[in-house]
Design a protein around this ligand. Structure first.
Ligand SMILES: [Mg+2]
Length: 235
């Protein structure tokens, strides 16, 4: 049985939850506090990007050198402000997420991890605030690589390390709300599961040909049946 385990790697923003843009506000405040620069960040592409890639866009717009020190300074300010922003913004866990995580968590043949563009500390703050951090055993984060497409193998390696078994590419599901999540799954040879609960519609995501496409994850039985087959739905 062990060889047949499935690995589910979840994106955070737009997939598990919405934070009412707490992350963007925290980045804006971090930039202002640590670098004395006011920027509404309207020129920044957030969806599906890693925090490292977003920081590089921000630095590029203001001629701030991309150094480890400057990145650490920005993220330190970001994390500080994120903790204050999360309770002030109207965010929420998306429909069906808790039920789906409960259903997957209850199965011995399913492993849950994160594959996210968030830095780990930001991911922990967001998921803890909404009560879903403890579902995930491990993750691949922006701390691991600036390029999201490099994060699939990192997450896979952590799963292998923890469970002492390998996971076939067809048994690794990357769940996300943007074309970049689909590309990330493709880059690693994993299964792309797109959900239109973030900034992209079903039609926009369909153009990138994910393996599975859902309007939302609200229908727990339907999602389990499609991803795990009929036996999965019955279990
Ligand atoms: Mg997302």
């Amino acid at each position: 049985m062990a060889a047949g385990k499935k690995l589910f790697l979840f994106d955070i923003d737009g997939t598990l939850l919405l934070t009412g843009r707490a992350g963007e506000h925290a980045l804006r405040l971090g930039l202002k506090e640590r670098f004395g620069i006011e920027d509404d960040l309207s020129g920044i592409s957030f969806a599906g990007s890693t925090d490292g890639a977003i920081a590089r866009q921000m630095f590029g717009a203001h001629d701030i050198p991309v150094t480890p020190e400057n990145l650490a300074d920005l993220f330190d300010g970001y994390v500080h402000h994120l903790a204050h922003e999360l309770p002030q913004r109207e965010g929420r866990v998306l429909p069906g997420i808790v039920e789906l995580l409960d259903a997957l968590h209850a199965r011995e043949d399913c492993v849950l991890g994160l594959l996210t563009g968030n830095i780990e500390k930001g991911a922990e703050l967001k998921l803890s605030h909404y009560g879903v951090w403890d579902y995930f055993e491990f993750g691949a984060f922006a701390d691991d690589h600036v390029d999201r497409n490099q994060l699939g193998p990192v997450a896979h390696a952590r799963a292998v390390e923890r469970h002492g078994i390998t996971f076939e590419g067809r048994d690794v599901y990357v769940l996300g709300d943007t074309p970049k999540d689909i590309a990330c799954a493709r880059a690693a040879g994993f299964v792309a599961v797109a959900i239109a609960t973030g900034g992209y519609t079903v039609g926009e995501l369909a153009a990138h040909e994910p393996d599975h496409l859902f309007e939302s994850l609200a229908d727990t039985r339907g999602v389990m049946a499609e991803l795990l087959g009929e036996a999965g739905a019955a279990a």
